[in-house]
Design a binder for this molecule. Structure first.
Ligand SMILES: Cc1cc2nc3c(=O)[nH]c(=O)nc-3n(C[C@H](O)[C@H](O)[C@H](O)COP(=O)(O)OP(=O)(O)OC[C@H]3O[C@@H](n4cnc5c(N)ncnc54)[C@H](O)[C@@H]3O)c2cc1C
Ligand SMILES: Cc1cc2nc3c(=O)[nH]c(=O)nc-3n(C[C@H](O)[C@H](O)[C@H](O)COP(=O)(O)O)c2cc1C
Ligand code: SF4
Length: 656
């Protein structure tokens, strides 16, 4: 077998687990106030159990309703909830998976309340004792429902992580004041479960390896906390990176693959008497196997990778690892489920949270000839789904290559993991027999001649060029041209457009001639860096970013925006928010302050326009003359992020 460690069995208490792959709990908003968990929620977990995960975590099951709970939260408050959870557990076990319930208190404060930086001292000891009891009582019901193990939410801004925090716990009583007392809350819960619920049910714990926050605790405290908790009865720690307020990104695509596994290794090396799961940005079987080989962990935790591809384990076990639809860390899932409090969504997996994943899309009632116009990610998705259902699918792309704007989206530094989705789409399209016609622009004539039954136009959109003096000058280019390597840039560069694309393009240019950190470390380790440092620095571009709004990076998801905005500062980009580009000269630009109208002249050797994209109605209308029933999708219908277009492409391809 290609990944022998990943697929070696393990023991949790008296239960044999079939492999080392854990899907941890994820708040998906697939719960139900009436039933505790919805039918869609049940399907979601069963699909992952059938996909081969050794252990599947259900939750977070919120134990205490604070008044701002989302209606989609999982709950386990009464006997009806126990019955429905029990049905889920039976199915998970039938699929050969160990089923554990994650319980805890999800949010003491709403996201909105968090803005006023509330403190834990607002609560009385009696309230805190109530919370402990609520978690212990929920654990009792989880065991009644048949769960094999209890997991405690000790991470991600849940109450336990707030109590353990050196920053958020401002109490000075039995629940806070020093490290020992900050650990009292989870310890009281663990002891409560041991006393009231069961002396031997396996207890798991999500632990931060460090707070990664100014004034927060480090790995030394995490090791001591693990030891305290293990001695009280925790048998497995799933080690996450920083908490909800972390200032060190751990979920974005720039985080190196399995970059935070060193935290689990440190906890393991500390001799904590428990098993350890490594977590966070582990997306590929090869790196997962490597962590186990090095002895850095006993289990591998895959949260978003499980969302992206429920069959990750089965595909890895069968050696079809290049068929796995990898998570690209775009964080659309987090933004949908935990920020907007909607049902979870996944950019690369249009079925997640929207369709049952227990079955594939049904075969087409009759085989149709389907034309897809445009080979971007939306067109590819439509082509794949239509072909999977048995249609004869022809995909036309006017360029000699596939990818469309997705090729642009993964060009900025740190966005490279996005490329994996295009690789998957192209491979899958070929596997399912889509006929790909490259270098062929679809014209009304072609449509008339071929008379397809269905036409899906995913022809994308074109960059907007604002009507300002100097826009036609030679040194004015678009962000897309820069990212595709089609523009020569001078020393002083002004990027106009403070939206998501402008921020990414400014970051790209600032980093364009920088050396990779690993290469610098290599040169330094052989005393070679000093000899080249100054000349390398001279290649850097001076970048100014102009944004009309006071807030830059609008359009980026909240889970990503703060990271990119921070990186602009680190890379020395001069950000002028609230400034519009109003004129371009041969060696400078004029900007206008959006508040007081004051004009400023800035030197510029190159001007990069990132003013967004516009639909090309004329191109669509021309195609419609030959095919009035044509469907327009993706950026060709409405400009935005790819997730919506991909979901709509899937929906349409299922309906035709
Ligand atoms: C810098 C940047 C970063 C981005 N980052 C993200 C991100 O992080 N997450 C996200 O979700 N989205 C992101 N996007 C947006 C995302 O890339 C697009 O929404 C998505 O790629 C649009 O896909 P599409 O298939 O609709 O169109 P496109 O990708 O534009 O594809 C259209 C294709 O149609 C072809 N075509 C046009 N006319 C014809 C014709 N007549 N015949 C044949 N072929 C034709 C074109 O050549 C093109 O290949 C980003 C965009 C940019 C510019
Ligand atoms: C949509 C979403 C919801 C999450 N909810 C929970 C949760 O309820 N409990 C928990 O322990 N972790 C939760 N997490 C964090 C994940 O378990 C995991 O620690 C994190 O996503 C990093 O791991 P990954 O790179 O494997 O996704 C959530 C993550 C996502 C994407
Ligand atoms: S939405 Fe993006 S980050 Fe979330 S699971 Fe899917 S690919 Fe991964």
């Amino acid at each position: 077998m290609i990944f022998p460690r990943l697929f070696s069995p393990a023991e949790i208490g008296s239960i044999e687990v079939r492999n080392r792959l854990v899907m941890p709990a994820m708040h998906t908003n697939l719960g139900s106030p009436e039933d505790g968990i919805s039918e869609d929620g049940i399907d979601f977990y069963v699909a992952r159990a059938r996909g081969g995960f050794g252990m599947v975590g259900v939750g977070i099951i919120d134990s205490f309703q604070f008044g701002h709970a989302s209606p989609g939260e999982f709950v386990l408050h009464n006997s009806r909830h126990v019955k429905v959870h029990s049905r889920l557990v039976t199915e998970l076990k039938a699929a050969g998976t160990l089923a554990f319930a994650q319980i805890g208190l999800r949010r003491i404060w709403s996201l909105h309340e968090m803005l006023r930086k509330p403190k834990l001292s607002e609560f009385s000891s009696a309230e805190i004792e109530n919370w402990v009891q609520a978690v212990v009582d929920t654990a009792t019901r989880a065991l009644d429902a048949g769960y094999d193990a209890i997991d405690l939410l000790g991470n991600g801004g849940g109450a336990i992580s707030i109590f353990m925090s050196q920053v958020f716990n401002d109490r000075d009583d039995e629940w806070g004041g020093d490290e020992d007392r900050r650990a009292a809350f989870p310890l009281a819960i663990v002891r409560g479960i041991r006393e009231q619920v069961s002396a031997d049910v396996p207890i798991f714990f999500r632990l931060h390896g460090a707070e990664f926050l100014e004034g927060g605790y480090g790995l030394d405290t995490a090791m001591r906390n693990a030891d305290r908790l293990a001695r009280a009865g925790v048998g497995l720690f799933n080690v996450a990176a920083g908490g909800h307020a972390t200032t060190v990104p751990n979920l974005t695509p720039d985080v190196p693959e399995s970059g935070f596994a060193f935290l689990s290794n440190a906890i393991k090396r500390a001799g904590v008497p428990a098993q350890i799961a490594a977590s966070t940005r582990i997306s590929e079987p090869r790196t997962a196997e490597e962590i186990l080989r090095k002895g850095w962990a006993d289990f591998i935790s895959l949260a978003r990778p499980a969302l992206a591809d429920p069959d990750w384990p089965n595909k890895a076990m069968a050696g079809d690892w290049d068929d796995i639809r990898l998570c690209i860390a775009c964080n659309e899932c987090l933004d949908s489920a935990t920020v907007r409090e909607e049902t979870v969504r996944c950019l690369v997996n249009p079925r997640a949270g929207r369709y049952s994943e227990l079955t594939a899309a049904p075969p087409a009632a009759s085989r149709k000839k389907v034309f897809i116009v445009g080979g971007g990610c939306v067109g590819l998705q439509a082509a794949i789904t239509a072909a999977e259902r048995g249609h004869e699918v022809h995909l036309y792309e006017k360029q000699p290559y596939l990818g469309g704007k997705w090729l642009v989206s993964y060009a900025p530094p740190g966005r490279e993991p996005l490329a994996a989705f295009l690789t998957w789409l192209v491979r899958r399209a070929k596997t399912v027999g889509v006929e790909i016609h490259l270098g062929t622009a679809v014209t009304p004539e072609l449509l008339r001649e071929s008379a397809p039954d269905e036409i899906i136009a995913t022809i994308g959109a074109t960059p907007v060029l604002p009507d300002i003096p100097g826009i036609d000058l030679e040194h004015v280019v678009t962000g897309e041209q820069v990212l595709m390597g089609q523009a020569e840039l001078g020393r002083k560069v002004v990027v106009a457009g403070g939206g998501g694309a402008g921020v990414e393009v400014a970051h790209f240019i600032a980093k364009l001639h920088e050396l990779d950190r690993n290469l610098i470390a290599h040169l330094e380790s052989f005393d070679g860096y000093l000899a080249v440092k100054d000349q390398v620095a001279e290649c850097r571009r001076d970048v100014t970013l102009l944004g009309r709004n006071r807030r830059i990076g609008t359009g980026l998801g909240p889970a990503t925006r703060w990271v990119l905005v921070h990186e602009l500062t680190v890379d020395g980009v001069d950000v002028k928010a609230g400034h519009a580009l109003t004129a371009i000269g041969p060696h400078s630009v004029v900007t206008t302050d959006m508040e007081d109208g004051k004009e400023t002249e800035i030197e510029a050797d190159s001007v990069v326009i990132c003013a967004g994209y516009q639909i090309d109605p004329a191109a669509l209308e021309a195609l419609r003359t030959a095919a009035p029933h044509l469907h327009a999708l993706g950026d060709a219908k409405s400009i935005g992020h790819a997730m919506t277009g991909i979901a709509e492409a899937y929906d349409l391809a299922v309906a035709i």
